[in-house]
Design a protein around this ligand. Structure first.
Ligand code: C2G
Length: 132
């Protein structure tokens, strides 16, 4: 039984998000997803997500590939979350490559390639530039 954990904001849920969640799940038998809190995002990116955390959590929980969800309150608690949820493996997109290597003493760490040409930021830019 291999338990996988991954983290993300998953704002304006898109195909890149679905791809990494499905690929993470395929690496094991049970997938736990930490959804970043609104406050955590504000601290990290200086803006709140478009979609609120309860809604983002609800979307992630509804996915077939996801077994368990929780709100990630702070980046500093990652090791605690990994232990608390008894994860064997941490999976992240390769925009995070190298950043979580220090967790290798408590679990495997795998970076998966991002889906090209889509991101929440690009979606916001596309919508912003449309003339209606
Ligand atoms: N992702 C991807 N392909 C994309 C866009 C995103 O594979 N085109 C992946 C990211 O690499 C990440 C996950 O989808 O693993 C979630 O992405 P974000 O919502 O942007 O998450 P982020 O803000 O990076 O939050 O504690 C870590 C943070 O909570 C991660």
């Amino acid at each position: 039984m291999m338990r996988i954990i991954t983290f993300g904001t998953f704002d304006m849920f898109h195909i890149g998000h679905l791809n990494i969640i499905e690929r993470a799940r395929a690496l094991g038998d049970y997938l736990i997803v930490g959804v970043s809190a609104d406050q955590l995002n504000f601290k990290k990116k200086n803006r709140f997500p478009i979609c609120r955390q309860e809604d983002r959590l609800k979307i992630i929980r509804a996915l077939k590939a996801v077994d368990e969800v929780f709100i990630e309150e702070s980046l500093e608690q990652k090791a605690d979350y990994i232990k608390q949820f008894r994860a064997d493996c941490l999976v992240m997109g390769d925009d995070w490559r190298g950043r979580f290597d220090h967790f290798q003493d408590i679990c495997d760490v795998i970076y998966l390639p991002r889906t090209p040409s889509i991101s929440t930021t690009e979606l916001i830019e596309v919508v912003r530039s449309q003339q209606f």
